[in-house]
Every structure is written in C-alpha cells, then in structure tokens.
Design a protein around this ligand. Structure first.
Ligand code: F6R
Ligand code: ZN
Length: 193
C-alpha cells in the first residue's frame, strides 16, 4: 500500500472467495444481477421489425450478468459471469450490446464456459476481428478493442470475464458506430457478413 501514488487510488479490502459451478457456468452467490431484455437492444439488430415482434411477444431476457463487485478503481480486478441466451432476431444471432471501455487502453479476458459463439471486436478506426467461443477457450480482448459476444448455438453462451476495475463501459460510441460484421443463422448455418 505504501507504494501507491496519489493518482492510483486503490481501496484496501479484505480477501474473499466466490464459488462457481464452472461446468454449468454458474456463479453461486452473486451480489449484483443485471438482466437486459430484448427492449434494451433497440437499434442494435439489422431487422428492427423482428426485434419489435420479439418485444411485443413478451420482451424476453436477452442476457444476464452476475457479479460480486469490487471497487471500480485502478488496481482492482472486476470479474463476472455473462449468460447470453440463444435465439435470433430475424436471422441475426442474439448478441450483447457491446462496448468500448471508457478507459480505452484496458483489455479483458473472456473464458468460455458453455455454449458456442463469437467474440466480435472492433477499433474506433474500423478494424474488425472475431474469435470463436467454445468451452475451455480464452479470448483476449486487447486494449482499444470494443467487444460484443454473439451466441451462435442452441444453448446459453456463458463466459467468465476479468477486466481492470477502473475500465468502465462506453456504450454510446458503439451504439453510434455499430460493428462492421454481424452473425446470421441461415438454413442451419452460421454466416458472418
Ligand atoms: C465487462 C464486459 C462484460 C459485459 C457483459 C455484458 O467489461 O465486457 O462483463 O459487460 O458481457 O455486455 P454489455 O456490457 O456489452 O451489455
Ligand atoms: Zn468489456
């Protein structure tokens, strides 16, 4: 603690532990639970009429995030379980909103626990890459890359992620820019375009 500088405010906390069922992708006693519904996804899918129909049909939960929070400060590490449901909007695979980190030079580690999908990534100057998600696979999201999970399978896509406590979430720029690539399910095949 004595080596921290004034700009590195890092609150001292006691060690703690969290229990998981990693095969099922469950954090056993989360403190925070965030659920995003279809209605939270307006503007993100190509087929907005299909999204409206989904909302009118009961506005199902699209994805959930489970956390035991730590201080949002430099030095701490945030971590969570993200559970993205399977499904399509029109033909487009369910996905998260996606974001840059507010502190854009911070990366993130995603460990896939269950399901199949992609981590779609883009930079502010339009570069776009994606990596496949499958159980046991870690995807490294480097600093500067906006990121969005996409579920291409028939079961929940569950991942465990870790990122700097002071990273923050910038949704606005991704909402304005969109991602250059999207994933569709057509005739039983996944097509990225
Ligand atoms: C944190 C992170 C994940 C996502 C989660 C939900 O930096 O990348 O925990 O927050 O997968 O996705 P968004 O935040 O895009 O709605
Ligand atoms: Zn992130």
């Amino acid at each position: 603690m004595s080596t921290a500088t004034a700009s590195d405010k890092t609150t001292f906390i006691e060690p703690f532990a969290v229990d998981y069922d990693l095969a099922a992708g469950i954090m056993k006693n989360p403190t925070n639970h965030l659920a995003r519904r279809a209605s939270d996804m307006r503007g993100h899918y190509r087929n907005s009429a299909a999204l409206d129909a989904l909302i009118a049909g009961g506005d199902p939960v699209h994805y959930e995030v489970f956390e035991v929070p730590v201080p949002n400060e430099y030095g701490h590490l945030m971590y969570c379980i993200s559970d993205l449901k399977p499904g399509v909007v029109g033909e487009e695979c369910f996905m998260t909103k996606g974001h840059y980190h507010t502190r854009i030079n911070t990366g993130e580690i995603y460990l896939a626990l269950r399901g199949r999908g992609f981590m779609m990534m883009k930079t502010t100057d339009g570069q776009c890459r994606y990596e496949e998600f499958a159980p046991g696979r870690m995807v490294y999201v480097p600093p500067y890359w906006g990121h969005r999970s996409i579920n291409t399978g028939d079961e929940p896509l569950i991942s465990f992620c870790v990122y700097p406590g002071d990273a923050g979430h910038n949704y606005g720029d991704i909402e304005r820019e969109g991602f250059p690539k999207r994933a569709f399910r057509r005739g039983g095949k996944i097509v990225v375009e």
